[in-house]
Write a protein that binds this ligand. Structure first.
Ligand code: PLI
Length: 457
């Protein structure tokens, strides 16, 4: 088989600054063992997130120059609106400065005390916005998704039986909505099948419950459906995406993922009355309805990016790149989540560092070790990010202790990825030397962004 090459040429480059292990040791200490607190220039390979970190195309940069910056009725808005309407089939489109702003607007209106939002897995900002409104988020991931080493096609699926049971227990009138996150970011970037989307839709319809998609990575999800689900091999990504959205009442989307944009997001809806309420909030928190939280040039870049993301040569290369890194690690016995996700490879820190108990945050300890050893920045998705405390102040751990290596779109080449694999293998060979961490300062919500930690001896 021929090598699958990057389906682009590079026209503009950014330098990477090299530093030493000694320098990184001091930098990590200064950053209180929290990689969010590092300066980006001190990172060699930045796999913290695939959000807002994509390389834009020459067509997108040209769009940036064309952006119409009119306060009201910008041409760029209509381009943006038309593209989203075509993909989602939803008539009402609300631009926001990023995904969480769309979530904030939606849950300010639909959330509130004694309400519930059910999901395959809520992303952390979504959960935070739900909880901030007084409502509660409940994850109902399928059993296959909970086993990090099990190879299955659609590990992002929602557990349909659990959904039915929760509806019976909570009462449909108390359930604000069901949200399917596609792909399931916090659950390993694993896809959701069309059959699962359809089944969720049927249950929601039967119980008169709203059904939304968190659509940040809809194109990667559509590619998985095309390549793994019967009946979709000959369909275009656009057709598959249109079918996915056709079952939903609305969606939130961060355009910083599957739209190749450095900033942006939107809320798309079918309900006119709810749209009016959302736009009222938009005007006081984000901006006028035809720009929301964005400049005209951002709207233009997103509209173009939404087309580019659905190109099959791109998606083929994208998904294959994840498999390449995942397989290299798996072949060397490194515990990785399998199969590879759509935007990231996830290390299973509990298995990687069995000598570190969960209350000493093995995921965060591993992420710090990758930075120290090779200047790679990753992110912990485990008890540091999602852990809570019980009434006695003891940690209630997250389901998994993962380290996510999120790959920015169109940014790194195969040799960068080979280097990442080498660093991980070297760290794996010396894993016993890695020590646990203790949190010494933390915020109430989304603590992982700012918390300070110390290394235990
Ligand atoms: O970062 P925002 O506010 O544009 O989007 C929030 C958001 C919502 N849903 C999902 C599934 C996400 O992955 C997401 C943001 N993800 C980030 C920042 C990430 O690093 O994965």
């Amino acid at each position: 088989m021929q090598t699958i090459i990057e389906p682009f040429r590079i026209k503009s480059v950014e330098p990477i600054y090299f530093n030493t292990v000694e320098e990184r040791t001091a930098l990590l200490k200064e950053a209180h063992h929290n990689l969010f607190l590092l300066k980006a220039k001190d990172v060699l390979i930045d796999l913290l997130t695939d959000s807002g970190t994509s390389a834009m195309s020459s067509a997108q940069w040209a769009g940036i120059m064309k952006g119409d910056e009119s306060y009201a009725g910008s041409e760029s808005y209509f381009h943006f609106e038309e593209k989203i309407q075509t993909i989602t089939g939803m008539p009402y489109v609300i631009p926001t400065h990023q995904g969480r702003a769309a979530e904030k607007i939606l849950f300010s209106i639909l959330g509130g005390k004694n309400k519930y939002v059910l999901s395959n897995t809520l992303f952390d900002t979504t959960r935070a916005n739900i909880e901030y409104s007084g409502a509660q988020g409940i994850d109902l991931l399928c059993d296959e998704g909970k086993d990090t080493s099990l190879v299955a096609n659609f590990k992002g699926n929602l557990n349909i039986q659990a959904l039915q049971e929760q509806i019976n227990v909570l009462g449909s009138e108390n359930i604000t909505m069901v949200v399917l996150t596609v792909t399931n970011n916090s659950g390993g970037g694993q896809p959701v099948s069309m059959a699962n989307i359809r089944a969720v839709r049927a249950i929601c319809k039967a119980h008169n419950i709203l059904f939304y998609l968190d659509a940040c990575r809809f194109a990667e999800n559509a590619y998985f459906i095309k390549t793994r689900e019967d009946g979709y091999a000959d369909k275009s990504i656009l057709t598959i995406a249109q079918e996915m959205f056709s079952y939903a009442d609305g969606c939130t989307m961060s355009a910083k993922k599957d739209a190749f944009a450095n900033m942006g997001g939107f809320l798309a809806l079918r309900d006119e009355a709810l749209t009016k309420q959302c736009r009222n909030l938009l005007v006081i928190t984000e901006g006028f309805p035809t720009y929301g939280g964005l400049a005209g040039r951002d709207l233009e870049a997103i509209a173009i990016g939404l087309d580019e993301i659905m190109e099959e040569s791109y998606l083929h290369y994208r998904i294959r790149s994840m498999e390449y890194l995942c397989n290299k690690l798996h072949d060397a016995d490194v515990p990785v989540m399998r199969p590879a996700g759509g935007h990231a490879v996830y290390l299973d820190a509990k298995k990687f560092l069995p000598h570190i108990p969960v209350h000493e945050y093995p995921g965060q300890a591993l992420a710090c070790a990758l930075y120290l050893h090779g200047g790679i920045r990753s992110v912990e998705i485990g008890s540091f990010m999602f852990g809570k405390y019980n009434v006695f102040g003891n940690l209630i751990p997250a389901t998994h202790e993962l380290v996510r290596l999120a790959i920015p779109r169109r940014v790194y080449t195969q040799s960068h990825i080979d280097y990442v694999a080498e660093v991980i293998l070297e760290v794996f060979q010396q894993k016993e030397k890695i020590k646990g961490l203790q949190i010494i300062e933390e915020a109430e919500l989304l603590r992982h962004f700012t918390a300070k930690l110390i290394q235990l001896n």
